[in-house]
Design a protein. Structure first.
Length: 172
């Protein structure tokens, strides 16, 4: 039997289509919404990539506190949560959406996915704490290193105004 770490997905390699990064932030929600529209416009598959690490995963509900879940359990709970989030954001849009989770840093996952994507969509800022930056570090790395065109989705106004109460449900 293979080591559990070898079974955890580390790279996302879509077969074309629109790839979008999602870290659960409101800015990422805007990027996913934009990517849904872009995929529909192109008649392409939407690939939502949720990169995770031990610090950013969704903790499995069935693992007691004080017990460290396995990487496979963390991956499964992150995938389940991301699928539910994406389903709410996509709604009844006429697109095929695939959700991918990868155990790696966000920029690394998105740059790897860009190798086989038609276009990469990212939010201008995610969960990072540097509010003074014009562009978040993941978006900046993607713009500099992606192997396909990159669309950076930015909310020019107050991001809070872009969300209704119903959207609060989609927050991770």
């Amino acid at each position: 039997m293979a080591d559990a770490q070898e079974q955890v997905v580390r790279d996302v390699t879509p077969d074309g289509g629109v790839v979008v990064g999602d870290d659960g932030s409101k800015a990422a929600s805007l990027a996913v919404r934009f990517a849904v529209e872009e995929a529909a416009r192109r008649g392409a598959t939407l690939h939502v990539v949720r990169a995770w690490t031990i610090m950013t995963c969704v903790r499995p509900d069935d693992v007691p506190m004080g017990i460290t879940p396995s990487l496979l359990e963390m991956e499964a709970s992150t995938l389940t949560a991301e699928r539910a989030r994406v389903e709410k954001i996509v709604g009844d849009a006429q697109v095929t959406a695939e959700v991918h989770v990868a155990y790696s840093p966000s920029a690394q996952s998105l740059i790897k996915a860009s190798e086989t994507a038609d276009v990469l969509v990212v939010g201008s800022r995610g969960r990072g704490g540097f509010k003074t930056l014009v562009l978040g570090s993941v978006a900046d790395q993607c713009v500099q290193h992606a192997q396909c065109p990159v669309i950076v989705v930015r909310n020019w106004g107050n991001i809070e105004k872009a969300f209704t109460e119903q959207d609060a449900v989609t927050e991770a």
